[in-house]
Ligand binder design. Structure first.
Ligand code: NDP
Length: 306
């Protein structure tokens, strides 16, 4: 029986692993289908404290992984296909290695940004197409950018980018925001933000040049097609937390995020850290911070069971 099994290898999972290893709990970390998590998809990271120069997302995750390995963390790559988390013994069912048992589980399975699903968007990811304004916005200082979406994320991203970019075009498929009225008002009062109503993106331009030069838009009311010149293309149509295996066992909010109180879930001995329980901040540093919290909570829980 393991003391701690950590599910997920992004900043939350690896930080939880480093802390539980240092506490001598010999954690086992399960790496999922995207080792290193969402950060491995970003280019330069310049807002993770401790790096005077920008560091690549992949490199940052490799550093964290090596640090965890040096602490003696055991890592296995496998897919979680089922689990039984209630009671003192937690049982995890893995696709390749079968069943595992643990006293505590830390869930750090993350979330994934939703994208429009256009082939051109997929091809230009990391070359002007981004799902994270706070991660990549600084690369578009003084440039024209587009944000797609009409919710709080899109309006927040547009406002954030308006402080960096020369002009922000907020493209929404309807004529009314889903975002809270205060966010909608702020966007409409901002001189640097132009709202493009009733419009959907047909294609991100320009795959041929291998960098974003614009977006082809279609007005859903008039049918008119037009090209908008931008260098950054931010998709902000929501995130999906990776919580399918936990449905029916853990308390989830209406959008599927795990509900936590200081990383504790509704089940004793089960903790959650990082984006899987955070719809608001979604930063590498906050994910790492909650990974640390979950590790300390797990350590306390195990001590209380002795
Ligand atoms: P939402 O689901 O609230 O909004 C998604 C937006 O994207 C909607 O306007 C939707 O359009 C649009 N959209 C969805 N799919 C497509 C598509 N395929 N093509 C074009 N547009 C699309 O997601 P958010 O991420 O904005 O917010 C999620 C939750 O997090 C909300 O509860 C929000 O309040 C909260 N949040 C809170 C923040 C805060 O408190 N600071 C910050 C960010 C989010 P339509 O309106 O037509 O459906």
């Amino acid at each position: 029986m393991e003391n701690v099994i950590i599910i997920g290898s992004g900043p939350a999972g690896l930080t939880a692993a480093i802390y539980t290893a240092r506490a001598n709990l010999q954690p086992l970390l399960l790496e999922g289908p995207q080792p290193g998590g969402q950060l491995t998809q970003t280019t330069d990271i310049e807002n993770f404290p401790g790096f005077a120069e920008p560091i690549g997302g992949f490199d940052l995750m490799m550093n964290m992984r090596q640090q965890a390995e040096r602490m003696g963390v055991r890592m296995q790559m496998d897919e979680l296909v089922g689990c039984q988390l209630a009671g003192p013994t937690k049982r995890l069912q893995l696709a390749a290695q079968g069943a595992l048992e643990a006293r505590t589980v830390i869930i750090a399975t993350g979330a994934r940004a939703r994208y429009l699903g256009l082939p051109s968007e997929e091809q230009l990811k990391g070359r002007g197409v981004s799902g994270c304004a706070t991660c990549d916005g600084a690369f578009y200082r003084g440039k024209r950018v587009a944000v797609v979406g009409g919710g709080d994320t899109a309006t927040e991203d547009a406002l954030y980018l308006s402080r960096l970019a020369s002009q922000v075009f907020l493209i929404h498929r309807r004529d009314k925001f889903r975002a809270s009225s205060i966010m909608a008002e702020r966007v409409q009062q901002n001189q640097r933000i132009t709202v493009v109503w009733n419009s959907v993106v047909e294609e991100v331009l320009d795959v041929r040049q291998n960098t974003v030069t614009g977006a082809r838009l279609r007005n859903v009311v008039t049918g008119a097609v037009s090209d908008l010149a931008v260098e950054g293309f931010f998709v902000a149509i929501g995130h999906t937390p990776n919580t399918v295996p936990f449905q029916g066992q853990l308390t989830l909010d209406p959008d599927g995020y795990i509900v936590t109180e200081r990383t504790r879930t509704n089940l004793p001995g089960v903790f959650a850290a990082g984006d899987v329980q955070d719809r608001t901040y979604r930063q590498a540093v906050t994910a790492a911070g909650t990974g640390c919290m979950a590790a300390l909570e797990a350590e306390r829980y195990l001590a209380s069971c002795e």
